[in-house]
Design a protein around this ligand. Structure first.
Ligand code: GLY
Length: 349
């Protein structure tokens, strides 16, 4: 089993366990607590039977467990869903000694995390991501939130006390979902673990998931332990997201595909600003994993407008994370010609 710990100062604040079969014995992997009387499981329809079996495992362990269904995907991330869940938790009599347990993809764990951060001003949160994308990004690092006008505009920074990443569940994902998560996993390799990049070069999309997830979460944990509230370093986790997020919104493609395209754009910015000389190699690796490297047909002006609107912008203008080399990220504010060149690199003229 891989075990990764996130710290604040010297204090461990969040523990991530990564192994096959964790959810078959979920009760045994909850944080040890004498006073817990019940667990409220928040889940999405597509993994309902898994959530029901986790509830049974917890009941067998002598603690009450209820399953509260959320809508699938982004439809869960609304304030009205939060209100419904809070009312349900109140009816159950959930107390501060109890636990909210989110089981599902990134939207489910973002919502469960926000409920746990705010219900009774904070109750224990445990998360079990059921997608690779969720495992290597959303469920780890304590960003929680819902969409109000813009993505994640209302939320809180609060770590889950434990994250259970069941590799057997991730192994059973359809290839399309696995590919999307691969883009985010590869991203963490580019910014913080060249050995993870090598792993993908060697094995392609079939790189062993326990090692991929262990390494990707290891990078994220190191970054988040140093900069929980995104004062500086944490921004490197947004590699590929500046152009990627804009293309995601403008073209309506999936997040994983958008990040893959965004990393190609960032490669071009890095080449012009900090002398990154592995742009072609990076692009070939992304393509070899079956991920896109060119944007669907969208207007350059629309992409530039969306990049300028991005909530992660700062006073210096459009911000790009770039690489000096694999594992050496930097943040730059490229000039207009460089931004244009990066869009050209992903087929936007
Ligand atoms: N998804 C980027 C972060 O957690 O900071």
């Amino acid at each position: 089993m891989h075990r990764v710990v996130i710290t604040e100062g010297d204090e461990p604040v969040s523990e991530i366990l990564i192994a096959g079969g964790l959810l078959s014995d979920a009760a045994g992997y909850l944080p040890q607590r004498e006073d817990r009387r019940q667990v409220a499981i928040l889940t999405q329809p597509s993994v309902r039977s898994l959530a029901d079996s986790v509830a049974e495992s917890i009941l067998d362990g002598g603690v009450a467990a209820s399953v509260i269904p959320l809508p699938d995907g982004e439809a869960a991330k609304t304030l009205s869903v939060i209100e419904d869940v809070a009312l349900a938790l109140n009816r159950l009599g959930l107390t501060r000694a109890d636990t909210v347990f989110g089981i599902g993809g990134g939207a489910t764990t973002d919502t469960a995390g926000f409920v746990a951060a705010t219900y009774l001003r904070g109750v224990e949160c445990v998360l079990a991501p059921t997608t690779l994308l969720g495992a290597v990004d959303a469920a780890v690092g304590g960003k929680t939130g819902v969409n109000v006008g813009g993505k994640n505009l209302v939320g809180a920074f609060r770590h889950p006390s434990r994250v259970l990443v069941d590799i057997d569940v991730l192994e059973s994902l359809p290839m399309d979902l696995r590919r999307q998560g691969t883009a985010e996993a590869l991203k963490t390799g580019f910014v913080g673990d060249p050995d993870l990049v090598e792993l993908y070069r060697e094995h392609g999309i079939d790189a062993p998931l326990d090692e991929v997830v262990g390494r990707a979460i290891g990078v994220k944990a190191r970054v988040v332990s140093e900069d929980f509230r995104e004062g500086g370093l944490r921004a490197v986790l947004n590699y590929g997201h500046t152009a990627g997020h804009a293309v995601e919104v403008a073209a309506g493609i999936s997040h994983g595909e958008a990040v893959a395209i965004g990393m190609v754009a960032a490669g071009a910015v890095g080449e012009r600003t900090v002398g990154f000389d592995r742009r072609v190699e990076q692009e070939e690796l992304i393509a070899s994993l079956g991920l896109p490297t060119r944007s669907p047909n969208v207007h350059a002006g629309e992409i530039e407008r969306l990049m300028a609107l991005d909530k992660k912008r700062d006073t210096g203008g459009i911000r790009f994370v770039v690489l000096e080399d694999f594992g050496i990220p930097r943040v730059v504010h490229p000039d207009a010609a460089t931004v244009r060149a990066s869009l050209h690199a992903i087929g936007i003229d």
